[in-house]
Design a protein around this ligand. Sequence first.
Ligand code: SF4
Length: 519
Amino acid sequence: MQLTVWTYEGPPHVGAMRIAASMRGVHFVLHAPQGDTYADLLFTMIERRSTRPPVTYTTFQARDLGSDTAEIFKTACREAVERFRPDAVLVGASCTAELIQDNPGGLAAALNLDIPVVNLELPSYQKKENWGAAETFYRLVRAFAPAPVGVAAARTPGRVCNILGPASLGFRHRDDIVEVRKLVESLGVTINVVAPLGASVADLARLPEADFNIVLYPEIGGVTADWLKRNHGQPFVAIQPIGALATEAFVEAVAKAAGIKAQDIPETRSRLPWYSRSVDSTYLTGKRVFIFGDATHAVAAAHIAAKELGFTVCGLGTYSREFAREVRAAAAEYGVEPLISDDHLAVEDAIISAQPELVLGTQMERHVAKRLRIPCAVISSPVHVQDFPARYSPQMGVEGANVIFDSWVHPLMMGLEEHLLHMFRDDFEFNDTAQPSHLSQGAPAAASAQEEHAAAAGSPLIEVPATLQWADEAERELKKIPFFVRGKARRNTERFASENGLRTITLETLYDAKAHFSR
Ligand code: SF4
């Protein structure tokens, strides 16, 4: 284990907490030291959940280590069940508690509770948060939708599906479900259960009733979908509808799994394709984009960037080691070296050497991009509180494609002045070394003021006689000229005044100079 100031994923018990917090009627008793209650803040502060997650910590302290910590766990477990009356209880240990080897599963079994207990083995020193979430979901499904005896019968296509994977703290999962539900139901397919987000253990027991599964987030739902396929014969759709093209492919795949003909339903038509064609191509075509995140979002982002927006993928990576294969395959497609790492400093180095014009990443890459003054957008967990917006803001489906277009392209277009800087690149204040105006230090207002001040002080950039004055009225008129040509207008006017032996620039001088230079 490495002590670090930033981590892409927490320990696996945080993943287990995410599943407990996603579901109804599930409580998690976590054998953990006092400080581990920090994890509550991920849900109440980052996700802005209005209630504490359904987790009871044993919160043992250093002085307890010499006594019976197993008894502390049993008391906490018994009291949590009495107090919260859940339908099922999850038990597990955090990193430190794992070391004291109290065996929460065995201890909970000894309590003879009147509700099901699901024991979680969470190897904190080998695995991480997403693995913990996937494992917890899988254990719960195995417990409540047990495998039938014998070989699972092959299913014929039918119009009932489950949606697997959305979870608490997931990037835009809350809104993705709404969008995907709309898409799926527009095809005439019925959604049996969405899990884990919003599901109860009774819902998990109903999972086998569906004809097929849709895996929205393989990082969390993939293992369970595999198990349901092997043991209940349910095929699954593994296309995530992120982007306009993937949304169309998703609709086709769902229709095929349901045994119906996919129609060109209007809901699949996003504004993204037309917008990306219609926006001035100098903003889009060939923009170098560096992408890093969980595997699902990173691979989808690379596809959208290259195939839908005309960007050049100059870097692609993930912190999800379990999905390194998928990211390597995608990186090969775009001709870049895959970056599989959970070291944010390595990611920062890769960004610097790739020299991107846009960074798509997690909260951490947003920080890096801001430091490097590169436009950026967040595409994946882990995210900050601002990535749980009050407004509807999906990443999946039709509206998701629209949201993606806006959130990726607008940072590149912050002010048309970047474009104008190119047009006026030969002017002293708009040369190639000038910063784009959306970057704070290169803000045009500040640059222009500096240049104007320098001119007044007799900078060699503009040779102005020290005696030359601007009348207030002329100065006010000059300020009405758009900033990107104001400097040129000032310089030309001063040259005109100087050549004509004038000592004060009046409104009339300004217009005379304009007429002179436009001849
Ligand atoms: S037990 Fe694990 S999660 Fe808790 S404080 Fe220690 S290292 Fe962090």
